[in-house]
Ligand binder design. Structure first.
Ligand SMILES: [Zn+2]
Length: 339
C-alpha cells in the first residue's frame, strides 16, 4: 500500500505529498480524526514515502522538457514504492529508523518517551529520516507529556514525529501547538463500502458500512452485527430493570455510542420521514415503534443527556449508577419503551 491508495482522505494526503514536493516536511505532525479512518495507515505510508529507496533514486533523475513525464516522476518520488527493502521493512515493523509507540494499559508512559529520545539521538541508520509514530497519543500521562514537550521543542534534524489521535483535545495545548495538524475526515458511505467489501459478506455490506459511521477500520477489526445484537439485548434487559450488564468501561462507551445512534435514527426518521437515512437500516419497524408517540424534543433531550454521560466516562463513572440512571431516563422520558 502507498499514500495514493488511501481511500477518502484526499485533502490530508494532498497536504503530506505537497510538503514532500516542496521539501517542507515538518518535524512534528498531529494526525487527528475519528478512529478507524486511516490515520495510522497514513502515518505508516508517510514514513515509507519519506524513506523509500525508489523515491530517493527517482529524485535524482527528473527528466526535463516533457511535462507529463516530469509530473509522473514527481508523483512517484513522493510516495512509497511499496516494494523496496525500506518500504517492506517499515510494513513489517523492522526498519531501524522507524519507531512505533502505542499505549499499554491505556497510558503512554515516560519510559516510552525516553525510548523516543534515545531513538532520535542517533542519525538515521538506513533511511534518510528517523520517524516516530505515537499511536493514541492522547494517552500520554502528564509526566510523559512534559518530557515529550522537551523533545518537540528541540527536534533533532532528519526526524519526523507523528502523533496519531482520535481525541486530540485531550492533548495539552503546548504539544498540539508545536505540531502541524493534519485532519482526517470520516468517510462517505461509498468509501466505507469500498474499504470493507473484502471483509464483509455482500448481503451485510450496506448495514455494516452504515453501522461503521464513516470509520471502516472499526468494521474491519470488530464484528459490527454481533456488537449491534449485543447492544439491543442489553437495551432490552435495561428496560426490564435488570442489573447492569457492562463488563468494562469500553463496553459502557460502546453501548452509549450505539444508543446514541439509535436515538439519532428515531429523530431522523421522525423529522425527515426518510428510512434511507437510517444507520440501523434493518430496524425500521422497531425505530418507528420507539418514536411513535414521542415528540422529537424528548428524543433530543435523551440524546443530549446520554451524550453528556458518554463524554464523562473517562472519569471512571460508577457502572451500575450509570446503568440505572440511563434506564430511568429512558423509561421516564420515553415511557412506552418496554421489552
Ligand atoms: Zn520504497
Amino acid at each position: 500500500m502507498a499514500l495514493k491508495d488511501i481511500i477518502g482522505q484526499q485533502k490530508a494526503i494532498g497536504m503530506l505529498v505537497g510538503a514532500m514536493q516542496r521539501n517542507r516536511v515538518a518535524n512534528a505532525y498531529l494526525f487527528a480524526g475519528e478512529s478507524g479512518i486511516g490515520k495510522k495507515t497514513a502515518a505508516v505510508n508517510f514514513a515509507k514515502a519519506l524513506n523509500c529507496l525508489t523515491n530517493a533514486a527517482a529524485d535524482g533523475v527528473l527528466p526535463s522538457g516533457d511535462h507529463a513525464a516530469h509530473q509522473a516522476v514527481i508523483e512517484l518520488s513522493h510516495d512509497a514504492c511499496d516494494a523496496c527493502e525500506s518500504c517492506r521493512k517499515i510494513d513489517s515493523g523492522t526498519h531501524p529508523d522507524v519507531l512505533f509507540i502505542s499505549p499499554e494499559d491505556r497510558q503512554v508512559r515516560i519510559d516510552e518517551i525516553r525510548k523516543i529520545d534515545e531513538a532520535l539521538s542517533f542519525r538515521p541508520f538506513e533511511g534518510s529520516q528517523k520517524i516516530v509514530i505515537v499511536d493514541n497519543a492522547e494517552a500520554m500521562n502528564i509526566s510523559a507529556a512534559n518530557a515529550f514537550l522537551k523533545t518537540l521543542e528541540e527536534p533533532p534534524p532528519d526526524s519526523v514525529i507523528i502523533l496519531v489521535s482520535s481525541k486530540p483535545d485531550y492533548l495539552p495545548d503546548t504539544i498540539r501547538s508545536r505540531c502541524s495538524t493534519i485532519t482526517f475526515v470520516s468517510l462517505s458511505l461509498s468509501s466505507c463500502k469500498k474499504i470493507i467489501a473484502e471483509k464483509v459478506a455482500e448481503e451485510n455490506l450496506e448495514l455494516v458500512a452504515r453501522l461503521s459511521m464513516g470509520n471502516p477500520g472499526a468494521a474491519i477489526v470488530r464484528d459490527m452485527l454481533e456488537e449491534r445484537e449485543w447492544f439491543l439485548k442489553l437495551l432490552k434487559s435495561m428496560l426490564k430493570a435488570e442489573k447492569d450488564s457492562w463488563a468494562s468501561r469500553e463496553e459502557m462507551e460502546r453501548w452509549c455510542e450505539l444508543i446514541l445512534i439509535l436515538l439519532r435514527d428515531i429523530a431522523v426518521v421522525k423529522i425527515t420521514g426518510e428510512p434511507s437515512r437510517l444507520i440501523n437500516i434493518d430496524q425500521l419497524d422497531y425505530i418507528l415503534e420507539l418514536g411513535n408517540s414521542h415528540d422529537v424534543s424528548v428524543i433530543i433531550y435523551c440524546y443530549m443527556e446520554i451524550d453528556t454521560i458518554r463524554r464523562s466516562l473517562h472519569y471512571n463513572r460508577n457502572k451500575s449508577l450509570t446503568w440505572n440512571y440511563i434506564a430511568s431516563l429512558l423509561r421516564k422520558e420515553l415511557g412506552l419503551w418496554h421489552a
